[in-house]
Design a protein around this ligand. Structure first.
Ligand SMILES: Nc1nc2c(ncn2[C@@H]2O[C@H](COP(=O)(O)OP(=O)(O)O)[C@@H](O)[C@H]2O)c(=O)[nH]1
Ligand SMILES: [Mg+2]
Length: 373
């Protein structure tokens, strides 16, 4: 195995929406990150240029699950060994699933659970459907989140509504999804960089897991350098679904030219906006290939910290921990950082009618403003 392979992480998108996200993500992530689209719907997979992994058998399989998670679960169970064989055992696995459908919601817990139990570091990112999508999808999502919690080292819950920001009155669901994609692919780029160990200071996936075995986290904000670094854009953060977040992990991915003061501004803005957060862990990375400015990902949890956040190793990883030849840690002096958050901390080096198309899209239902609650 080459050094490069040892450092790879696999990001898998499970279900149609997540499979499409992989297509967007692949060109953005570091070289050592491999993206894989997993779906039962061949019509979706055929349109993608990213590597794909097909689920399902029988007549209906190639058409997707029709929104029934039992099908997704069954097909995933049948493909579990093939899935494990497909993954490089020395990689960490990040699974992304847009919850509420059949394939992703059914298959993700099974596939990720398989990898988790095999000893791989496994992170699950579950995107909770828009409230406007209705209770049925919400219920499917809740059940799947419950399962994901038991089948991964780290569970990151993202509320699609939280990623939308201020909505124009006539925004359609389809346009809303575009925004969700944009935010999420920015977030995933940062997360993938962190897990792949790209020169990240101070934050490891173990920090995301918090004190316990599992922590439910929410992405409060993610975005690129377009905005947010300006103090006037604070409201971007205020639409979080969490009332009193207690712990947070702030990840900053900068380009080579990003001025220090912009990063500091972000950190200070986040602190000011999260008065209840007992511990905010900040990690920064330089991506030499980046042309743009800063990308920011903030993960918060309502759980109080039960244990110190700083942990130099992956939580529950068997494979990554022992691998050699990782990228060399870049020096990244965070001069203006206060409260000594980089003091005495070891740098962490890690890193007709298509039933599968949601009804509200088929019928062209429009979103009117952001649903409350
Ligand atoms: N961002 C985005 N989200 C989508 C899109 N289509 C569906 N979703 C979301 O993903 C959820 C699951 O849909 P899908 O992935 O198609 O279901 P599956 O293939 O059966 O797993 C839906 O409830 C929506 O919240 C899309 O085109 N873009
Ligand atoms: Mg589908």
């Amino acid at each position: 195995m080459t050094e490069n392979q040892q450092n790879r992480i696999s990001v898998v998108g499970i279900g149609s929406a997540a499979a499409r996200l992989m297509d967007l993500l692949q060109p953005r992530v570091p070289r050592e990150v491999r993206c894989l689209a997993i779906d039962s719907d061949r019509r979706v997979l055929e349109t993608l240029s990213v590597e794909s992994f097909a689920l399902g058998s029988g007549n209906r399989a190639s058409l997707g699950s029709g929104g029934d998670p039992r099908r997704g679960r069954e097909w995933a169970a049948a493909a579990a060994q093939r899935f494990l064989d497909e993954l490089d055992p020395a990689t960490a696995l990040v699974g992304v699933v847009f919850l509420g459908g059949g394939t992703g919601s059914g298959a993700a817990p099974v596939l990720l659970g398989e990898a988790y139990r095999s000893g791989m570091f496994t992170a699950a990112v579950g995107v909770v459907p828009l409230e406007a999508e209705g209770p049925r999808r919400g219920d499917i999502a809740a059940a799947a989140l419950d399962e994901l919690r038991r089948s991964s080292d780290v569970e990151v819950r993202v509320n699609a509504d939280d990623l939308l920001g201020t909505l124009p009155e006539d925004l359609s669901v389809e346009q809303a999804f575009e925004r969700v994609y944009a935010s999420l692919s920015a977030a995933m780029t940062v997360l993938a960089g962190v897990i792949a160990g790209r020169c990240v200071i101070n934050v490891s996936p173990a920090d995301l897991a918090g004190g316990g075995d599992h922590a439910v986290l929410s992405v409060m904000y993610c975005g690129s350098d377009t905005g947010f670094v300006r103090k006037g854009e604070k409201q971007e953060l205020s639409h979080s679904g969490l009332v009193h977040p207690k712990r947070g992990v702030l990840l900053l991915l900068s380009g080579r030219q990003t001025p220090m003061h912009r990063m500091n501004t972000v950190v200070e803005c986040v602190r000011a906006l999260l008065p209840d957060v007992e511990e905010l862990k900040v990690g920064a990375a330089v991506d030499r290939s980046r042309k743009g400015g800063l990308e920011v990902l903030l993960l918060v949890s309502e759980t109080s910290s039960a244990a110190p956040m700083s942990s130099p190793t992956f939580a529950g990883t068997a494979s990554i921990r022992g691998s050699h030849g990782r990228p060399v840690q870049e020096e990244f002096a965070f001069e203006a950082a206060r409260r000594g958050r980089f003091k005495d901390v070891q740098p962490t080096i890690h890193a007709g009618q298509d039933l599968d198309i949601p009804t509200f899209i088929r019928r062209g239902i429009r979103l009117r403003g952001r649903p409350s609650g």
